[in-house]
Design a protein around this ligand. Structure first.
Ligand SMILES: Nc1nc2c(ncn2[C@@H]2O[C@H](COP(=O)(O)OP(=O)(O)OP(=O)(O)O)[C@@H](O)[C@H]2O)c(=O)[nH]1
Length: 352
């Protein structure tokens, strides 16, 4: 008897859109379905994996979570992703469903195309690509507002009429979608949300399903079981890079436009002042994403720090364990010309 293919859902979306939040909600409501998770992050801190491992849900034990931190999944498909899948498929207790969270900077296309590789194609199929959107960021024009600076720079660099890297990536992630989750609806008005939906739909030639969500609260029955087989349709979802390649504009896809680094320092004295200070460092250096954990002096719990643009969320998630070193560690992601030295110094100074 031929075993049926295992469905795999690809969750994509720009930095901070709410992918991990959505997956956490899905795991908490999976009702016994055994889900294996493959998580890819840009930046080597493994925050998402840590957040998800903390979910404490038996449908997804630590063994079922694989972190790929060796660069963006779209560039490391052959070296990282395929061997990970092969290992997963060779297990005795194969999962019911595989969920892959791409990094916020990844192109989904090369990942989906990998499901056509021999050895993978016979055993797994892409159930669907889910693209999570930070509706508030789109309404605020975040994916278009750096046009002037970046377009001038890219024209000078390559003589090509490119859109900004943020905008290109955002569009490529939407182009790949079977289901678009307009997330963070709590942060914008109904009229603005309609504008976001119409703007996105107007840009796409295909017609993916749209749903709205806050805090990534989408029922697993909606996310899983789309049954699309996206790998067979990948030719209709080409990224900017693939289209340029076909047009003879041959330059490599890479993530040189973005940079990430980790800043570590000692205990923070005043968490409220720290969060306020973070906001001004983020704004003055155009930081796209900042996340990690802070050691708050005198507190047994560690503090999670999540910043998307200048919106900062902090909360205490669990006590520091005896085995781990208490320290503040933050991953910072920005455009390639970000001033790493100045940011590191300013963040360190916030500890007080
Ligand atoms: N207000 C609001 N905040 C949200 C919502 N969904 C997620 N967030 C917050 O947005 C921040 C980023 O969420 P994540 O789920 O980590 O986003 P992500 O897409 O996994 O981020 P990366 O992996 O860095 O690309 C966190 O502080 C979340 O709590 C929402 O619907 N409303």
């Amino acid at each position: 008897m031929i075993a049926s293919k295992i469905p795999a859902t690809v969750i994509t979306g720009f930095l901070g859109a709410g992918k991990t939040t959505l997956i956490r909600h899905m795991l908490a409501n999976a009702k016994g379905k055994r889900i294996a998770l493959i998580i890819n992050e840009f930046g080597d801190l493994g925050v998402d994996g840590d957040v998800l491992k903390g979910c404490g849900d038996e449908v997804c034990s630590e063994d079922d979570i694989v972190e790929l931190t060796n660069g963006c999944i779209c560039c490391t498909v052959a070296d990282d992703f395929i061997p990970t899948m092969e290992k997963l498929l060779a297990r005795d207790n194969r999962p019911d469903h595989i969920v892959i969270e791409t990094s916020g900077l990844a192109l989904p296309q090369p990942l989906v195309a990998a499901f056509n590789w021999p050895g993978i194609k016979t055993q797994v199929t892409v159930d669907g690509v889910v693209t999570v959107v930070d509706s508030a960021a789109v309404a605020a024009g975040r994916f278009a507002d750096d046009h002037g600076k970046l377009d001038a720079q890219r024209l000078a660099d390559q003589g090509l009429d490119h859109e900004s890297p943020l905008e290109e990536l955002f569009e490529d992630q939407l182009t790949a979608a079977d289901l678009i989750v307009l997330n963070k609806t709590d942060l914008i008005s109904a009229a603005d949300l309609e504008g976001v939906r119409a703007g996105i739909a107007g840009h796409l030639t295909r017609k993916p399903i749209f749903i709205e969500a806050r805090q990534g609260e989408v029922a697993p029955e909606v996310l899983l079981g789309l049954g699309v087989g996206t790998e067979d349709d990948i030719g209709n979802r080409k990224s900017h890079h693939e289209r340029e390649h076909e047009a003879g504009e041959d330059h490599d896809h890479n993530h040189d436009e973005f940079e990430s680094f980790v800043v570590s320092f000692g205990p923070v004295n005043d968490p409220a002042a720290f969060a306020e200070g973070l906001k001004s460092v983020i704004v003055s250096h155009d930081i796209l994403r900042l996340k990690g954990f802070a050691d708050i002096a005198g507190k047994p719990m560690r503090m999670v720090v999540q910043a998307v643009g200048n919106r900062i969320d902090t909360h205490f998630d669990r006590p520091w364990s005896k085995a781990e070193t208490r320290e503040t560690r933050l991953v910072v992601i920005g455009l390639h010309d970000i001033d790493q030295a100045a940011i590191s110094a300013e963040l360190t100074a916030l500890a007080g």
